[in-house]
Design a binder for this molecule. Structure first.
Ligand code: PLP
Length: 361
């Protein structure tokens, strides 16, 4: 990340009184604190103390079985043995990038994509591109994308699979927001269509909480052993305590009810942010997200997104500058990713008014 932008974002996050339309963090009100605390006590008291002990690199069998069962319900025939638990989706992406993509190649991505994946690819000498040919693989968020909050249509899905098959290259499927679509429909993962090509990545960060740092990777059978070696040599295994806690939590919780609650919490906030934008910044373009935490907005004149971020922070609102998400890293015309997840409705509306003042200069 650009050091100047990083410093601005940290400054915005640290200032008292700043309204947060940046960050894209889940709402802390939804963290199931009481139930997690009860699970913590149960796993700590367990006589074998497995939650405090080393485990195998692939992770706890019970939690792997839970992940496999959820994927099977969405149409992908996955066995527990095929799931590798990771330190968040981010580590799953890092392992997939290491074993899936030929060194030095170009990776086909959406024109706007998840910044930490783009940064990961670049750090590994891979080049994100919007081209669809001459690539060593694809990175996609078919169920729901970050930052736009859109899923792939049926035609786009088919086209992506056809291109990957024709070129014989892998697809890294980032499924981080799949269960946070407002329509409650978690689509059939690409994994269900092309086992030999798809590296499927998921996480508990968006639906339960990111602090536990547990995600997963389902690699194609031919790559599983290499993925496991990459996992083992990176950190031996994902945090035992967090895995045990989640396994216990999920055994006691009604996860579907928790997801319903989260969707009912976020959907009105998305509408509220959209209304505020239409009112205060009618010339800016955006489409309503289908889920997730954010709206991608494009401004209507040339400028610099870092300057806009600076002006926004002076007005008391933080935002995420668009260049972080753009594969071509363009600063102009400025675009922003705005989060509706972290602030209640009135603060979203006031935040947008502050942003409009920053834009007016
Ligand atoms: C699309 C996407 N993938 C992966 C991640 C990383 O998630 P985790 O916290 O599980 O590492 C994020 C987090 O922002 C994300 O937005």
């Amino acid at each position: 990340v650009d050091e100047h932008i990083d410093a601005l974002m940290r400054d915005g996050a640290a200032r008292a009184g700043t309204f947060s339309l940046g960050g894209g963090l889940p709402a802390s009100e939804l963290f199931p604190r009481r139930a997690l605390a009860a699970s913590f006590l149960r796993v700590i008291r367990e006589p074998g103390a497995s939650a405090l002990q080393y485990g195998w690199p692939e992770g706890r069998p019970g939690l792997r079985a839970w992940v496999a069962e959820r994927l099977r319900r969405r149409g992908a025939a996955v066995a527990a043995e095929e799931v590798i638990l990771t330190s968040g989706a981010q580590q799953a992406l890092a392992i997939a990038a290491e074993v899936a993509f030929a060194a030095g190649g170009r990776i086909g991505c959406d024109a706007e994509s998840y910044p930490a994946a783009l940064a990961l690819f670049r750090a590994r000498g891979l080049t994100p591109t919007v081209e669809r040919t001459g690539v060593v693989g694809f990175y996609a968020m078919p169920a729901l994308s970050n930052p736009r909050g859109h899923g792939l249509g049926e035609d786009e899905r088919r086209a992506l699979l056809a291109r990957a098959r024709a070129a014989g290259v892998p697809i890294v499927e980032d499924d981080a927001y799949a269960e946070l679509r407002f329509d409650g429909r978690s689509p059939r993962p690409l994994l269900a269509e092309a086992r030999a090509l798809v590296f499927h990545v998921g996480t508990f960060s968006k639906t339960i909480c990111p602090g536990l740092r547990v995600g997963w990777l389902v690699a194609p059978p031919d790559f599983r052993q290499r993925a496991l070696v990459a996992k083992h040599t990176s950190d031996l295994e994902a945090n035992s305590l967090a895995q045990a806690l989640l396994e216990d939590f999920l055994a006691h919780a009604d996860y579907d009810a928790l997801l319903d609650r989260a969707r009912r919490f976020y959907a009105p906030r998305a509408r509220r942010l959209a209304e505020a934008l239409r009112r205060a910044l009618p010339a800016w373009r955006f489409t309503l997200p289908e889920g997730g935490f954010t709206i991608w907005v494009e401004t209507d004149r040339e400028g610099d997104d870092a300057a806009l971020l600076e002006a926004a922070i002076r007005q008391g609102v933080s935002v995420d500058p668009g260049r972080l998400f753009r594969v071509d890293q363009r600063a102009s015309p400025p675009a922003l990713r705005l989060s509706f997840a972290s602030e209640p409705g009135p603060r979203l509306a006031e935040g947008v008014e502050r942003l409009a003042r920053a834009w007016a200069g």
